[in-house]
Design a protein around this ligand. Sequence first.
Ligand SMILES: NC(=O)c1ccc[n+]([C@@H]2O[C@H](COP(=O)([O-])OP(=O)(O)OC[C@H]3O[C@@H](n4cnc5c(N)ncnc54)[C@H](OP(=O)(O)O)[C@@H]3O)[C@@H](O)[C@H]2O)c1
Length: 340
Amino acid sequence: MKQKTKVAVLGATGFTGEKLVEILIDHPAVELTYLSSHSFDSVNYASIFPKLQKKIDIVCHKLNIDDAIAGSDFFFLALPHTVSMQVAPKLIAAGKKVIDLSADYRLHDTKVYEKFYHAQHLDPQNLPKAIYGLPELFGPKIKQADLVANPGCYASSIILALAPLAKQNIAGSHCIIDAKSSISGAGKKLSPNKHYMHVNNNLWAYKPFLHQHLPEIDQTLNSLTSQQLSFTFVPHVVGVESGIYSTIYLKINSKITQKQIAESYQQYAKENPFIRYLKPLPQLKDVVGTNFCDIGFSLETESNNLVVVSCIDNLIKGAAGMAVQNMNIMADLPQTEGLI
Ligand SMILES: NC(=O)c1ccc[n+]([C@@H]2O[C@H](COP(=O)([O-])OP(=O)(O)OC[C@H]3O[C@@H](n4cnc5c(N)ncnc54)[C@H](OP(=O)(O)O)[C@@H]3O)[C@@H](O)[C@H]2O)c1
């Protein structure tokens, strides 16, 4: 029998870390060996998350990198940006495989990182090694990688929706992206606008043109086409527990039929186990709690106006599920292992 991979989750007490642990507990090829937190030291993990009692018996520690390295081969970093890039170099130097859920290794250009994240990049040496972890686009590269930069949650929903059309059918278009996310996308740290009284039954737009996921959307989609795509991205927070719903408006530049676009999405869904092409348009509740990305579209042929809609669970396909899908590819397992 093949030995299980010894896996550490750093930042295991955050929203994405908790989801990772939940998925990995039931993963047949994984043994969880090390869990870290910032504020819980030497505390049984199941006493922090009682729903996991009788499912996991492991003590959570404040991160000690030497202990983590000694007992684990594969690392998920569910840490805030800037923290990941202080940890990853030591893991890479020790020959470990790393999937970073933060933004620290997503952008090729450190100046762009510094502009959108307002922090200096501390590990430019390892940036060229990082592969953007979107299995639907970069599976073969992910398979060879030691360091994977898991995509941002909005970025996952938007890139997955446009990728099959980016190469040809929408090349050169301007895409207006209206995306709505659960507040869980912003992590567990509290601030006044994350309180229940503010979020419940509420909806608001924020950071138009300036959201930090814009550069990875731009970098990735424009790597697929020679005719530059441009974007107006307006994220919103909506009072739901989980999920991202993106509605993308664009004018296509070619005479393409409803049938041709439908065939592109059908083929895409056939090739990728977590992509579903839906008619009529997708709805959020069908993806919450799953690793699926549901996509639909509507084309007005007289005007060439196209609307593409996609939705995901931000903590699963937008974070923990995508990360496990990447681990499966790196470990030569079926992409769906432990996820369906
Ligand atoms: N939330 C999402 O939907 C989502 C989606 C995609 C990617 N991401 C990215 O994934 C990463 C984790 O996100 P999250 O939402 O899970 O964040 P979170 O809820 O704030 O959790 C952060 C985790 O890191 C630990 N931590 C905080 N500061 C630390 C430090 N200085 N040193 C070591 N550990 C520290 C926290 O420990 P304590 O519990 O003790 O504070 C917690 O376990 C972020 O970079 C985020 O941008 C998030």
